[in-house]
Design a protein around this ligand. Sequence first.
Ligand code: PRP
Ligand code: URA
Length: 215
Amino acid sequence: MMDLYNEKNVTIMTHPLIQHKISLLRDKNTGTNEFRKLVEEIAMLEGFVALGDLPLEDVEVETPIETCMTPMISGRKLAIVPILRAGLGMVSGVTALVPTAKIGHIGMYRNEETFEPMEYYCKLPRPIDERTIVVVDPMLATGGSAIDAINQIKKHGGKTIKFMCIIAAPEGLVKVHEEHPDVQIYVGHLDRELNANAYICPGLGDAGDRIFGTK
Ligand code: PRP
Ligand code: URA
């Protein structure tokens, strides 16, 4: 298998705050309210890294002392695209960093027998081709949902795409990276493997159910 830690366009987080919060997420005794807060906080911390290449331009600002040229984020508009449902939990963490970002939605669920993603909704902000698009979903398991979501965004004209997840399985991450080598992928933690039900081990269970308190 490729060395995912050294792949260009794959960033696996090592920051202790992210690792600590992911460990709290994994705990089966972490309740819905805390789980939601942690997902939001991790998304903000990962977003801080993922948006580290936003272009800057110097603008004129008058301080109480003098007028100066000082950098501000320029031009490119941002779109955040959660994969429903679980991706919704990450949106507020990224909008806390970029409040003006527009938000698209892609609805997908995994068929429980085939594990194939089934798409049921897609609405993206226009003009999508002029935006930096950050797709968010806490779990990258087989990679099917991420691959299909990115295909859908590219079909609509999306060009600059980043994918951000909290936990990934190595086999799924390899697939997404091979299918979409141009997409920058950010992973909170790389787990061991998928089990026979295509759940990530050790993982955190079903992210959607834990965020929304279903099941
Ligand atoms: C989960 C998760 C991803 C997908 C990952 O969603 O949020 O979207 O599974 O699995 P994959 O990499 O094998 O495609 P799920 O289908 O459970 O839907 P939900 O968010 O509505 O619960
Ligand atoms: N989706 C989840 O929510 N968890 C997994 O472990 C795999 C897919």
